[in-house]
Design a protein. Structure first.
Length: 368
């Protein structure tokens, strides 16, 4: 099976985070056909192993592709569109898995390298706590000296043939914020007896907005105040997100939010319950790995792009906390729709480029 057919099969049969049972079965079947050793990981993931013929097997490169889909009804109209109602590969994970499959196929046939390649088909990137965190709980790389963890992601802001890199800090951490504000409700015409949770919530949102900067995002996207035109509700809930570009700043902003909550409670004489649901850590690329990958991209004739830091998040950040890691972006065309929408459809022509570059990058790391 070639990588295009592999991708189309996955696209046709998408599965949500941590429900990738048929996806894992399909990948397992393809690996078995090639004689590749593998085992389940993180519930619905697959970890494959290929040992090179040149020895030094304790040194390894981990190649990672996520495999989960999104709760979106597909509207692309292609003949390999999703057959799973309301579920779609709208973030390109079908492409990621197909390109990794192609790399595994080539490495297994040749095995002309030093060390070990671990191919990780990872579940659950789209949903907390993130499949990467579950992978690492199993300590699958502990017996190896990990030279690099490599991941790539399709990018509709770049054309096919372009590959983008950002040395150092690349993607932000993400945490969900949930506020419950309790006051004393009542009729609006007797404000002396009311402790206004709506006003307190408005003040809270304005204070949170002041925390935004080039390296930090704090935003409230959902507010519920179930009053009426003349009745002030007793409770208001607010939900939002917090993103930062370092773990130190992440903790500092959390502390600042806690202080703001305390000030709102005192100022408005209300109770505010804050629930911070921790998400993914920052993605921070290894500088040397990134520069070497950029040189390789140039040498292979691709258009190498310098990328800026992104306030989007990725559970790949868990790997970057522990191992030398590189996460880069692969151009799939500017006219393929936007990720996480019903018409997103990366160009198949990008698959061969993504496979070739990941393959060459893995070999360059192992054989140096």
């Amino acid at each position: 099976m070639d990588i295009k057919d592999f991708r189309h099969h996955l696209h046709c049969h998408p599965e949500l985070s941590f429900e990738e049972h048929q996806t894992a079965a399909f990948i397992s079947e393809r690996l078995s056909e090639m004689g590749v050793e593998y085992r389940p990981i993180a519930g619905t993931g697959i970890l494959a192993r290929i040992e090179g013929r040149r020895g030094n097997l304790e040194r390894c490169v981990v190649l990672r592709a996520d495999i989960d889909a999104l709760p979106i009804k597909e509207m692309t109209g292609v003949d390999y569109a999703s057959q799973s109602e309301g579920v779609m590969h709208a973030c390109g994970h079908d492409c990621h898995a197909a390109m990794l499959y192609g790399v595994v196929k080539r490495l297994q046939m040749e095995r002309d390298f030093e060390g070990t390649v671990l191919a990780l088909f990872q579940p659950g990137e789209e949903q907390f706590p993130g499949g990467a965190s579950l992978v690492l709980k199993e300590n699958p790389f502990d017996k190896y000296k990990v030279a690099a963890v490599i991941g790539q992601h399709v990018d509709a802001d770049m054309e096919v043939g372009e590959i983008g890199f950002c040395p150092g800090k690349f993607m932000a951490s993400v945490d969900d914020l949930h506020f419950k504000i309790k006051g004393i409700g009542g009729y609006a015409n007797v404000r002396s007896k009311v402790k206004d949770a709506v006003v307190a919530a408005a003040d809270l949102i304005l204070r949170l907005n002041m925390l935004n900067s080039d390296v930090c995002v704090v935003s409230v996207g959902n507010v519920e105040a179930k009053g009426t035109t003349n009745v002030i509700p007793e409770r208001v809930t607010c939900d939002g997100t917090m993103r930062a570009f370092s773990e130190k700043l992440r903790q500092r902003v959390k502390d600042m939010i806690t202080n703001i909550v305390e000030e709102i409670e005192y100022k408005h004489d209300v109770e505010v319950q804050l629930d911070v649901r921790e998400g993914y850590p920052c993605v921070e690329n290894d500088m040397q790995l990134t520069y070497e990958a950029m040189l390789l991209s140039d040498s292979l004739g691709y258009q190498t792009k310098d990328l800026e830091m992104r306030t989007t998040s990725e559970d790949f950040g868990y790997y970057t906390q522990l191992y030398p890691s590189l996460f880069y972006r692969l151009g799939v065309g500017r006219n393929v729709g936007r990720a996480h929408t019903a018409t997103f459809l990366p160009d198949d022509k990008a698959l061969e480029i993504g496979e070739e570059f990941m393959y060459r990058l893995a070999l360059s790391i192992l054989n140096k």
